[in-house]
Write a protein that binds this ligand. Structure first.
Ligand code: ATP
Ligand code: MG
Length: 566
């Protein structure tokens, strides 16, 4: 490819609203442009990287026995009504009407379409297992689209679905796709980790997320400092045995705590450890209000609350709802004197607190010497808090540390959630009707491109791993007006192309500084600069990963390039 013919508008300045490196550099290097919030065009160089990632995905998916198909982005609402998600999916699902006033959704995911497709065609256990995938555009009206391709409203996903006649068969394909995912992200050059995840609204049990380690990741990974245990913090169970002190229960007392708002304030003011205080919060679990108690130095994990109730949605009650329920502000909440019909649940750590302190449901007052059972009633103690750094690892080995991750992939044992709702059944060996058992497997393809850019860059620009780079080699004649340089560069360009390399030739009449700055932004793995020594048959080569340059004879190029790109 000749650069003079290419469309790759580079920017010298950092775009004002791009916060993270991958977003900044993909814009600056002319790999993409924004069309609207969370909506992007891939320009030619960006598209080449995207295609390279897709190729790796296709190769590994086919190797794992999956077959590609392509389903529509536009999906009739009837399908989503059948599964029950037309109402439960919420505002992320983009909905629209056609000219006949029929309702449609732009696919946020494709369980509904694939399940009906397979339901209508597959009737016997003999046709199972079946694993199908597609690479397709997804639409989600995200609350906070941000970080460029990392959280878009229109993005590219590889989604796969498997159908089975037995749990063992699902387990086998799950393991195979788990391995395929590891291969894919390894080939993309990513530093990643597979972590145990929450099954969330999809409804299922076994599930893992593939996380690219990065400080800008929105997910927190809790991992053991000695074993291979790693889980999304949402999921990690707390395995602490709290010991109750043998301190005698004292008489409960209401004390004045003027202007003491946070747990830190109150514990300082009353000279009490935060671990002796407990926080009271009211959550809306689907439509029911529930009070949740955790120790002052802990945080409520709303996912655990959600899973305890098997609820679809858990959110904090609004200040107005709290006012109506308890006649106080959110900051003064406590369990003592709560309405009889309000369910109170508490983390295990609260059970062990003797002579604790909590809000008095009255501005400026707290209770001290509070004891569960005597002063308030908890309907259930459970593991309801987030794990913390330093907690014992749930597998019993080592202590927990945290890292941030970008979720690039997700594998999930769905079970019969969709097949039962949508009637996807098969006849087993005994002629008996059974619901198909399903798995689903997603990769954020466009997000993966950004995650690679996030891990591979420097001040100058991008540094693509050879497996996904837009070109393998960048040939730059310093001055195209000098015949020797231009001709030598053309010769090298032709020779390398003949050897099968994807080569970009900077044949533009630009200053050397401009060419080098653009080349750094692009991040093509091997750069060959053809300058003054071209007459002697000598060029400069640079490895963009290490930024090491060296001079060499043109005849030596082949070996050097093969070595870098292998
Ligand atoms: P997240 O927690 O980041 O919102 P998710 O749990 O909603 O992700 P899935 O429904 O499992 O994601 O989708 C499969 C994959 O699609 C994810 O692993 C992620 O890589 C990608 N993905 C999800 N949402 C987006 C988005 N808004 N922009 C780009 N990629 C996304
Ligand atoms: Mg999401």
């Amino acid at each position: 490819m000749r650069q003079s013919m290419m469309f790759s508008p580079t920017l010298r300045e950092v775009p004002a609203d791009a916060e993270v490196k991958s977003h900044q550099l993909l814009l600056r290097a002319g790999f993409m442009r924004q069309n609207a919030s969370g909506i992007y065009s891939f320009l030619p160089l960006g598209l080449k990287v995207l295609h390279n990632v897709e190729t790796i995905i296709r190769e590994e998916m086919e190797r794992a026995g999956a077959m590609e198909l392509l389903m529509p982005a536009l999906q009739p609402s009837e399908l989503w009504q059948e599964s029950g998600r037309w109402y439960s999916y919420g505002p992320e699902l983009m909905r629209m009407k056609d000219r006949h006033n029929r309702e449609f959704a732009l696919g946020a995911t494709h369980e509904e379409v694939i399940t009906t497709l397979v339901r209508d065609e597959v009737k016997s256990y003999k046709k199972l297992p079946l694993t199908l995938y597609q690479i397709q555009t997804k639409f989600r009206d995200e609350k906070r689209p941000r970080f460029g391709l990392l959280r878009g409203r229109e993005f590219l996903m590889k989604d796969a679905y498997s159908f089975h006649a037995s749990q063992e068969s699902l387990d086998e394909i799950y393991d195979r796709l788990f391995q395929a995912y590891s291969n894919i992200f390894t080939r993309c050059g990513l530093n990643f980790r597979a972590v145990i995840a929450d099954s969330g609204a999809m409804g299922g049990k076994d599930t893992h997320e593939f996380m690219v380690l990065s400080d800008i990741g929105e997910d927190t990974i809790a991992y053991s400092d000695t074993s291979s245990y790693a889980a999304n913090i949402e999921m990690a169970p707390v395995a602490v045995n709290y010991e109750k002190s043998d301190e005698a229960a004292k008489e409960i007392e209401k004390v004045s705590t003027p202007d003491q708002k946070s747990i830190e304030d109150v514990s300082r003011f009353l000279n009490l450890e935060a671990a002796k205080c407990f926080k009271s919060m009211v959550f809306k679990v689907d439509d029911k209000l529930v009070m949740v108690l955790v120790r002052g130095d802990h945080e409520v994990n709303d996912i655990k609350v959600k899973n305890l109730y098997g609820a679809a949605v858990v959110e904090l009650a609004s200040p107005e709802e709290v006012k109506e329920l308890m006649n106080c502000t959110v900051g003064s909440l406590g369990p003592i004197g709560a309405p009889k019909d309000l369910e109170i649940i508490a983390d295990y750590a609260v059970e062990a607190i003797v002579n604790g302190c909590c809000g008095a449901n009255e501005e400026g007052y707290h209770y001290i010497n509070v004891n569960a059972g005597r002063d308030y009633t908890v309907s259930q103690f459970a593991d309801l808090r987030f794990i913390q750094e330093g907690d014992p690892s749930p597998d019993g080995e080592g202590a927990i540390r945290f890292a941030q991750g970008i979720e690039v992939g997700h594998v999930f044992k769905l079970g019969t959630r969709y097949s039962e709702a949508m009637g996807a059944a098969y006849l087993d060996e005994n002629g008996k009707t059974q619901p198909m058992i399903m798995g689903c497997y997603g990769i954020g393809v466009s997000r993966t491109v950004a995650a690679i850019a996030e891990q591979y860059n420097d001040e100058g620009g991008l540094k693509w791993p050879a497996t996904v780079a837009p070109f393998a080699v960048h040939v730059i004649p310093v001055n195209v007006k000098t015949d020797v340089q231009r001709e030598k560069a053309e010769d090298i360009y032709a020779a390398l192309k003949k050897q099968g390399y994807d080569v970009l030739l900077d044949d533009r009449q630009e200053r050397a500084g401009v060419k080098f700055a653009d080349a750094d932004l692009f991040g093509i793995p091997v750069r060959i600069t053809v300058g003054k020594k071209a007459e002697e048959g000598i060029v400069e080569v640079k490895n963009r990963q290490t930024n090491e340059s060296q001079e060499m004879r043109v005849e030596e190029l082949s070996n050097y390039i093969a070595d870098i790109l292998k």
